[in-house]
Design a protein around this ligand. Sequence first.
Ligand code: M6R
Length: 625
Amino acid sequence: MCGIVGYVGRSEAAPILLDGLRRLEYRGYDSAGVAIVNGDRVETRKCAGRIAELGKLVAERTPAGTFGISHTRWATHGKATDQNAHPHFDASGNLALVHNGVIENYQALKEELIRGGDTKFVSETDTEVLAHMIGKLYDASAPTNGSTPPQHEKNRLVAAVRVALQQVIGTYGIALVHRDIPDFIAGARRGSPLVLGVGKDENFLASDVSAIVAYTRDAVYLNDFDVVAVERDKFEISSVAGERGSYEVSKVEFTDEDIKKGDYPHYMLKEIFEQHGSVRDAMRGRLSLEECTAKLGGLEMTPAQLRDVGRIVLTGCGTALHAAMVGEYLIEQLAGLPTEIEFASEFRHRNTPMTRDTLVFAISQSGETADTLGALRESRRKGYRTLGICNNVASTIARESDGGVYMHAGPEIGVAATKSFTSQVTILALIALLLGRMRHLSTSEGTVIIEALEALPEKIEQTLKLSDHIRAIAKKYIAAPGMLFFGRQFNFPIALEGALKLKEITYLFAEGHPSAELKHGIIALIRPEIPSLFIAPDDAVFSKNLNNVEQVKARKGPIIAITSGSGAERLASVADDTVTVPSAPDFVMPVLTAIPLQLLAYHLAVELGRDVDKPRNLAKSVTVE
Ligand code: M6R
């Protein structure tokens, strides 16, 4: 969580830092701050609230200076207050530091500093400990015989960073400046992302390239335990242990234009409406009509290795886990392979029995989710082949996995995951097809699957045309205190996903269940104020779904039905509202049925006046446990 941006160059730092923070606001938005070195002063502005609040503060009295650091926070330790907002300072007030991550042993470190006698803490954060430790180490290493050349000061500061970080247990992406070291930022990472943007006569540090892509597309993705010393025209990477580091400058694959909202009022709506393209991009070059299968070179597995896989584990969090659940149905149905779903947060801490031939997939849009990363590491540590399904190509999960499949969905900025979900499901369908074709699926069955997949983008476009109709439904239920979602088989995970979208951005209570579970308890919740949404396409389980719809109707519960084909006609007498998506085989239907649910959550949230792209208490990328 949290976003950090650092700048050193020849331009005024304040507008660049604020601009970067605005682009990172999806990572956290409960308080924000900047620190800019201006001659012999470190000027800071920070406050609780959104970046817009910080923008006002900065506009009142803009700190001058051409290097500085900044932060947007998602609180872990300490409330969202002005005092807890970053940057934090050392005892001298000369060193300012921003941090993304959690210092797990901060309490012990804090007590040690307090015992030392001269350290006073002004915030409740874990971060402040780090500022004090580094500042103290830096001051203690000062030569006794007066001033030293600037390079020595830089080396001393980097050495202090290393020594402090060697004592830290936890995760960090940090950036810091010191009043006495002009045109210099130090940074380091472990477990929280940090990227160096390489410009011309200027360099940047950021939690995510989207903060700096307007200025440079040349980026160095730092590795865990890297410490970076950044100046205007050069940088040096070493390790926390003091070894010289190697690096590669990569080209960022998207541009500044790609992360703009364009004419859309919200990123979420833009991203929902991008899905015909993102699903097409997830399949691009990966389907072979000649061999009637999917081609996924990124898995880095030979045909024999793929054939020998005996079990699949799919892990992730939130929406990615719901995609995994669709994947479970897909892989079991198309490839006949036993497949298990694991909450990443549980998987990493429990001893799931796994056979030697298990293949693990860690699914994550951001590729930085701490729980999913932890699951990936645990799985690899035990010697299982672990693959990533990520959108962010430079992410830690993408880099640490044994191979994988990129989503190519483009940047997803809205906190509610939308296009990444349909891309994940599409990729899982490709994996199921590939594994199936290594086993029992015939060429003709493979061809049918490919045709169904290739038809999806156009059907998504048709589904998106239902947006106005769905908005009208949303308006009708504006006073509903909550909503229940039901689906069967491939559409049970869609019920969970629909409920999650609604909870996240409308703050209404919502639950998702397999339709048939209704009678095992949930039916007690049915009443006229609570709509039940059934995902009931015209498929093999339609009649079973219809029974459950009738059970709700009999108890005066309003019904919204997402259906297809002749479903609308058959639901006409029971459903209060019907949304009909294009017909498609059951295994690709979740890609289509998810979209009306995204739109319903979106329109309802807008009607309720919610902050759709930045819902309360949330952040896009959850890099803490
Ligand atoms: O980046 P990831 O896919 O790993 O994120 C996982 C979840 O945090 C994420 O899907 C979250 O549930 C979304 N906000 C849901 O809309």
